[in-house]
Design a protein around this ligand. Structure first.
Ligand code: ADP
Length: 482
């Protein structure tokens, strides 16, 4: 076949594979794109050949079959993956059409488009969609998606079930989502959404969403928009987390805090009232017996008054400790002064010596909290102590090998009964007691839990080193390195 030069040029410039075959299925024409898929050594065995032997048997059978169909029916179309002699594997979309030349001889013309990349992109897209589907369905949060350009919205199956949507034909929309937001949360919701869309601030908030039943669900909603080059949001997707259990627990906790507060106020008032009365009676006694009072009896009365006042103070402190310790109450606390004030309260303890090391550091802490920590540790050191001479030392440790600790570490050391190592953690739990009531002091087991709470609120650490029969050392600090 003789072809005009310009047609041949176009023919050779085409990226598609173009060829013609005669009725014996031999290639009679092939453009450069097709020729380039055969190695140099084969170039003279293409025109005039079927080249079938260069291919895998199955592949060759398939494309020769398509050639025959084209000859028989006038046309054939296939999508096939072919391993070319050059070593390249291509997916081709091939159309073959029968034609006759001026002598009436039949040929087929073939055009094969390389769709390898399109097919692999489609496969990747399918895989990515499958992965997305798995993530959406496997996720424990509801997913939503809103495409502003098309107006389409999507709610995942979990989100539908959270919202109580049972109608399978329900079509989600942005308007539907907005309408579900509780009236009291609308303002905040709209403000956060506007701030995200216009100022790109994070869209992350808690709000109540209405279920189809009319009941409201507490949720945590997050989202992320996409913007076009003019800054308009084109799409937004996000998640909805059902947080109603947490909210219920928070509300219950809040109620119980309020009740506890009320209880603490009432209890402290009721406890202080008789203490005030004792003080009054002591004063009256002293006045009435002014003349006849022996110095020793006077001293005792003074002591009763003093102890009553100190107990009143402790109740006030207890009440204060029921409020959450927060950094607003922090001030510089001189540990020497604080320890000296606390040991005053134990001045009457029999056979007891309490020593305070010099130059204890000053800490930035809640002074009421610090006092309670010292008071509880010292009172335990005296109570759980069988020694003939109880010796208690308040000091500062300079060689602490505990990880995470930073800042000054203080200690209260005693020569008491000691604590078996297996209880070193447990004693800080609320109401945990190791000794039966009649054996030592009849406490409630709340003291060390209190100490732990105060120290934790400061971000510090408290721990004990002890062995049975060898005394105990309680260490504490108000800062940790974390
Ligand atoms: P309470 O003194 O009211 O029982 P705490 O929480 O202060 O409660 O202490 C819990 C338990 O830890 C005590 O019952 C006691 O058995 C043990 N314990 C606390 N401090 C000491 C100490 N310094 N020496 C020996 N045991 C102690």
């Amino acid at each position: 076949m003789k072809t005009p030069a310009f047609i041949e040029t176009i023919f050779n410039c085409l990226p598609d594979l173009v060829f013609a075959k005669d009725s014996e299925l031999r290639i009679v024409m092939a453009n450069d794109a097709l020729m380039s898929l055969y190695p140099e050594s084969m170039q003279d065995r293409i025109i005039g050949y079927t080249t079938a032997e260069e291919y895998d048997e199955e592949e060759a059978r398939s494309f020769l079959e398509q050639d025959r169909i084209a000859f028989r029916d006038g046309a054939a179309t296939t999508i096939e993956s072919v391993d070319f002699p050059s070593g390249e594997r291509k997916t081709l979309f091939t159309q073959k059409i029968r034609f006759e030349d001026q002598n009436g001889e039949a040929f087929i013309a073939g055009v094969a488009r390389d769709i390898t990349e399109i097919v692999s992109n489609q496969a990747a897209l399918k895989e990515s969609e499958e992965r997305y589907g798995l993530a959406v369905n496997g996720s424990s949060v509801g997913i939503w998606d809103w495409d502003q350009r098309t107006g389409d919205s999507f709610y995942s199956a979990l989100l539908r079930s959270m919202l109580g949507i049972v109608d399978p034909d329900f079509i989600p929309s942005l308007a539907d989502f907005n309408a579900r937001v509780h009236a009291d949360d609308q303002k905040h919701f709209r403000a956060r959404l506007a701030a995200h869309l216009h100022k790109r601030e994070p869209f992350d908030l808690e709000c109540r969403l209405k279920r189809d039943s009319g009941a409201y669900l507490w949720t945590h909603v997050r989202g992320q928009a996409e913007w076009d080059e003019t800054g308009n949001a084109t799409r937004m997707a996000g998640s909805v987390d059902d947080i109603s259990d947490r909210k219920r627990a928070e509300e219950a906790l809040q109620r119980s805090h309020e009740q506890l507060d009320q209880y603490a106020h009432i209890a402290s008032h009721d406890l202080k009232e008789p203490l005030r009365a004792i003080c009054n009676h002591v004063q009256l006694l002293r006045e009435d017996l002014e003349e006849s009072l022996e110095p020793e009896a006077r001293q005792r009365l003074n002591r009763v008054e003093e102890l009553t006042r100190s107990m009143t103070q402790m109740i006030t402190d207890m009440l204060q400790s029921s409020r959450d310790i927060n950094s607003e109450h922090y001030e510089l606390v001189d540990m020497n002064a604080e320890a000296a004030a606390v040991i005053e309260m134990f001045a009457d303890s029999a056979n007891t010596t309490i020593e305070i090391a010099k130059n204890l550091a000053t800490v930035h802490a809640d002074p009421v909290g610090v006092r309670q920590v010292l008071h509880n540790l010292i009172s335990n050191a005296i109570a759980y102590n069988d020694s003939d001479l109880k010796y208690i030392e308040i000091g500062q440790a300079h060689d602490v090998a505990r990880t995470g600790v930073s800042g000054p570490v203080f200690f209260v050391r005693d020569n008491g009964i000691g604590i078996a190592p297996r209880f070193h953690q447990a004693i800080f739990r609320m109401f945990k007691r190791l000794n039966t009531k009649d054996q030592y002091r009849s406490g409630t087991g709340a003291g060390l839990a209190f100490v732990h709470k105060i120290i934790s609120h400061h971000g510090g650490d408290v721990w004990v080193e002890s062995e049975m029969g060898h005394g105990s050392t309680f260490y504490f600090c108000f800062n940790t390195a974390s």
